[in-house]
Each structure stands twice: as structure tokens, then as C-alpha cells.
Design a protein. Structure first.
Length: 567
């Protein structure tokens, strides 16, 4: 325009001031964009801010305040009413109620007594207690939550990879369009200034920034909201895939049920006397004390409640047979404790106590069989109640259009009784851990997108096989490691929240992609001068710069709306 003046009537001026305004608008848009993106990480800052700054540690018989970084494993820490628990540990003296909302999302305070685990950053409510520090620094639950959220926010969802592919083609395409625009106007009008203005307008308005921001900003906010509600999402791909789930497979013990089973019945084989009953209880307690299974813990608690000594040193050749039971040599005897089917495969006769077993199974109890030296000696009835939220969650999932399946290693009769209580129609029972993974695979082959929810070591293969594995946070470390999503509190309502959060996030991403594309679809033709021949309208480069900045800001601002998500 400086070198080739515009022809009379064309209304094209010199755009020196425009270049300054365009740069200003772009920088201003970037500032708004970075400011908005900073707000997407608010969940991380809030989590980090939860941690206590100091801890009151008992040293040399005196309570001294030390920096949180100076707390060591096995330190004895004193917590008073109203104080934050500084690190993870195990209560050794005193009792209290603890508000764990900020970490687990559980709204009700939890009673803590000696032997219970406490989580750093949670709030002590009513009592005073001492606990032994077990995890400090980067090993605490809070530190691991922060790391998981950071990793998830840095990961890419499949839909983002698609957007990245489009972006990689977008820049060359825009440069091509700008070149064509310049050439067409120059040949058609012989006006260099008009050709330059339209070509530059195309380049300015077609910045792909908004397209690149559309997915990661929503993922950052979505994973942060999940952490706020006690849902840890390990990767953006899991967050995206959760909205497509068609079938939810639930483990029974510890997932649908409380996971705190209680021995209600103990019957010995005919002809055994009272002293032998005490001996059998001792054998059962010794063997089961080596197992992590909730049913094993129930048996050990029952044995101890009968004032029976449980020495750990008498056990040899202990082995846990997945989905079947446990075995060991104790005091020179081979002891087998497990399912009836397993004992029958070992050629141990079980008919003598069959009547009791059927009665208990009709009452939704789990039946455990005890054999010593390949001779059936006793049968144990164990009851495990449904979690208070199980029925409500199952019905909610069904109303959301999802099929709910129960998968358990328990016998069919007990499994059907529990399923009936929970309103679950499809049940797979007497399933070994390796078979659980096969069942998940079978559902996937049938065309289902499957989520598995479990808490035990025996659920790990199925959690890994599922499209989306959800681990109960109160379960084993192996199950949590094998999962894609962890429900920290153990409340099944987290399943519903995770799926709804995924749906909300995907809806938000689609809106962002719409905003990103609509600016380009409308703006590029206008910038190229498509309206100029008809009405003499030409896109001012300043307006193009403002529109480009506005597109990025609108995408990030829309992503921030996810912060209003409530389960």
C-alpha cells in the first residue's frame, strides 16, 4: 500500500497503525488465555495447600513442633482436636473422628481407633490421639494424588491426538489458502495492496491456537474436579473412554458389600468335641493370618474373639490358590481352607456338612470349608452386608442405560442372593481370577465397552483387561495399580460421578472444538475477501487479530465452566 497506492474509490489505506494494534490484540489475547489456563490447575494448588505445615512429634518424651519435611517414618505424632493430620500413619493411642472430605470426598466424619489408618491433610474433629507415621514426603496419599492428577493433566486423550493431526495439516492448508487468495486478487484486480490485505487477513484469523487448546484445557479441569471428589483418573484416555461405557462389572466382596465380613457360624464335623473345636479354630487362625483376603481377616477376628492363641511361627509352605482358598502345614498337619469345589478337586468328601452349607447360602452367607490332613473337619458361615449405597448406585447406573453385571468367586447360591438384594440380574459366580479376565474379554468380544470395579488382588487381571478399570481405594495396592480410575473413599457413588464427569468433559471438549472451528470456517472466507465483490466488505486486520485472540479465550473460558460440575 505504501509502494503501490490504492486506486480512487477502493477505500484502502496505509495499515501501519493496524500492525501495532494486531500485535497488541494478540498479546492481550495470549495474556487472557494464560490467565484462564492458570485457573485450570486450581485443583492442584488446592490439593497442595491442604497439607499441614508442621507436626507435633513425640521425641525424648516431649512433644515438639517440627517442619513437615522433618517427620520420619515411625515417628510418634500427636494430633489434637481441630488440627490437620500431618502425614499418613496408624493410630496407636486415643480415638477421634476425622473429616476426610478433602482427600476422599467422603462427607461423613470417620471414627478412628487404635489400629486404624489416618491420611495426611485430613482434619481431626473431636478427640486427641497419637499415631505412628508410616508414609512421609512423596510417599503420602496426598503426594501420590497430586502426582497422579499432574500426570493425567499432562496426558493426551485420543480426541486430542485427532485434533493434533488436524492442526498439523491446518497450518500448511492456511498458507496455501493465503497464497491462492493473494494470487487470485492480484490477477483479478492488479491491486497489490488488496491482495496483501486479504492474504494477511487469512493468516491472522486462521491461527490454530484455539484448536490446540480445545482438549487439554477441558482434560485439566476434568481431572482436577475428579480429584476434588475423591476420584483419581490416571490418564486422559480413561477420562474420555468412561463416557462410552456400556457395561459395568462389579466384584462382590469389598465392592458391592462392605468388605468387612463377620463369621456367624462355625460347625464341626460329627464326632468332634470341644477341645478339638479349639484346636481347629487355632489351625484356621494360623493359616488365615497369612492371607490378605477380607474373609481371612474375618476368620482371624473370630478366632481371636474365642480367646484362641494364633502363633505365626508354626506355619510352613503357605500358599494362596487364587479364587480357591489357602493351604499350609501347621504343627505337622496339612490344612486346607477354601471353597467346596476346591476341596472336592482335592478328593476331600464334603457331604457330611452339606445341609448346613445350603441353609447358610440361602441366607446370602459365604461358606468356607476347613479340612485337616485331607479330612473335612468344619464349615464356616460368613455374612457380608451390602454397602448402604450399593442398591441406589446399581439402580442409578441402570437408569443411565448401563448394564450392571456381578462377577464373583463366591458360590452361585450366595451370589444370586446378594445380586437379588442389589437388583442385579446378570451374575457370574464361582469364577477364578484368570476367568474374571476371560469374562471381561468375552463381553468385549460381544461388542461391549466394559468397566470393571474391584478391590482385591484377585480383581487385578480383570481390572487390567477392562476398557476402564476402577479400583476401590480402600482395596489392595495391586488392584489400584492395575486400574485406570481409583475411587479413594470406596463409596460406589464414585462410579456414577466418574461416568457423569467423563460425559460432561467430552461434551465440553466438543463445544470447544466447535468454537475453534466456527471462527475459522466463518473467518477465513471473509478474510479472503469473499464479500468484497458484493458489498465491498473487507476484513480489517485489527478485527482479524481480535477474532483470533477471542477464539482462544472463548475455548479456555468454556473449559473453565467444568469447574461448576457437581456429582
Amino acid at each position: 500500500m505504501t509502494l503501490v497506492p490504492a486506486r480512487p474509490g477502493q477505500g484502502l489505506g496505509v495499515y501501519y497503525e493496524t500492525s501495532a494494534v494486531v500485535i497488541t490484540l494478540i498479546l492481550l489475547g495470549r495474556w487472557f488465555e494464560e490467565r484462564a489456563k492458570g485457573q485450570t490447575s486450581i485443583a492442584i494448588r488446592q490439593l497442595i495447600g491442604l497439607q499441614a505445615k508442621t507436626a507435633r512429634v513425640i521425641r525424648n518424651g516431649q512433644a515438639v513442633d517440627v517442619e513437615i519435611a522433618d517427620v520420619q517414618p515411625d515417628d510418634i505424632v500427636l494430633v489434637r482436636p481441630g488440627e490437620k493430620i500431618p502425614v499418613d500413619g496408624e493410630v496407636i493411642d486415643g480415638s477421634s473422628t476425622v473429616d476426610e472430605t478433602m482427600v476422599t470426598g467422603e462427607s461423613q466424619p470417620v471414627q478412628k481407633q487404635p489400629g486404624d489408618v489416618v491420611i495426611g491433610a485430613t482434619l481431626n474433629k473431636t478427640g486427641s490421639f497419637q499415631f505412628r507415621a508410616t508414609h512421609v514426603g512423596k510417599e503420602t496419599v496426598l503426594a501420590q494424588i497430586v502426582k497422579l492428577v499432574q500426570d493425567a493433566q499432562g496426558s493426551k486423550a485420543p480426541i486430542q491426538r485427532l485434533a493434533d493431526q488436524i492442526t498439523s495439516w491446518f497450518a500448511p492448508a492456511v498458507i496455501t489458502v493465503a497464497g491462492i487468495t493473494f494470487t487470485v486478487w492480484l490477477l483479478a484486480t492488479q491491486v497489490l495492496s488488496l491482495a496483501l490485505i486479504t492474504a494477511v487477513g487469512v493468516l491472522i484469523i486462521a491461527c490454530p491456537c484455539a484448536l490446540g487448546l480445545a482438549t487439554p484445557t477441558s482434560v485439566m479441569v476434568g481431572t482436577g474436579k475428579g480429584a476434588e471428589h475423591g476420584i483419581l483418573i490416571k490418564g486422559a484416555d480413561s477420562l474420555e473412554l468412561a463416557h462410552s461405557i456400556q457395561t459395568i462389572v462389579l466384584d462382590k466382596t469389598g465392592t458391592l458389600t462392605e468388605g468387612k465380613p463377620t463369621v456367624t457360624n462355625f460347625i464341626t464335623a460329627e464326632g468332634t468335641d470341644g477341645s478339638n473345636e479349639q484346636h481347629l479354630l487355632q489351625l484356621a487362625g494360623i493359616v488365615e493370618s497369612h492371607s490378605e483376603h477380607p474373609l481371612a481377616e474375618a476368620i482371624v477376628r473370630y478366632v481371636q474373639s474365642q480367646d484362641v492363641d494364633v502363633p505365626l511361627s508354626d506355619t510352613q509352605n503357605f500358599a494362596a490358590i487364587a479364587g480357591q482358598g489357602v493351604q499350609a502345614q501347621v504343627q505337622g498337619h496339612w490344612v486346607h481352607i477354601g471353597t467346596q469345589h476346591w476341596l472336592q478337586t482335592l478328593e476331600i468328601e464334603t457331604a457330611v456338612l452339606q445341609t448346613f452349607a445350603h441353609q447358610w447360602e440361602d441366607q446370602s452367607k459365604t461358606v468356607i470349608w476347613l479340612a485337616v490332613d485331607h479330612q473335612l473337619e468344619a464349615v464356616i458361615g460368613i455374612a457380608d452386608a451390602l454397602k448402604p449405597t450399593s442398591v441406589e448406585v446399581v439402580q442409578t447406573l441402570q437408569r443411565m442405560g448401563l448394564e450392571v453385571v456381578m462377577l464373583t468367586g463366591d458360590n452361585l447360591q450366595t451370589a444370586n442372593a446378594i445380586a437379588a438384594q442389589a437388583h442385579i440380574e446378570r451374575v457370574y459366580a464361582e469364577i477364578r481370577p484368570d476367568q474374571k479376565a476371560e469374562k471381561i474379554q468375552q463381553l468385549q468380544v460381544d461388542g461391549h465397552i466394559v468397566a470393571m470395579v474391584g478391590d482385591g488382588i484377585n480383581d487385578a487381571p480383570a481390572l487390567a483387561q477392562a476398557d476402564v478399570g476402577m479400583a476401590i481405594g480402600t482395596g489392595t495396592d495391586v488392584a489400584i495399580a492395575a486400574s485406570d480410575i481409583t475411587l479413594i473413599s470406596g463409596n460406589l457413588q464414585g462410579i456414577v460421578t466418574a461416568i457423569k464427569l467423563s460425559r460432561a468433559t467430552m461434551r465440553n471438549i466438543r463445544q470447544n472444538l466447535f468454537f475453534a472451528f466456527i471462527y475459522n470456517i466463518i473467518g477465513i472466507p471473509v478474510a479472503a475477501g469473499i464479500l468484497y465483490p458484493f458489498w465491498g466488505w473487507l476484513l480489517n486486520p485489527m478485527i482479524a487479530g481480535a477474532a483470533m485472540a477471542c477464539s482462544s479465550v472463548s475455548v479456555v473460558t468454556n473449559a473453565l465452566r467444568l469447574r461448576k460440575f457437581q456429582p
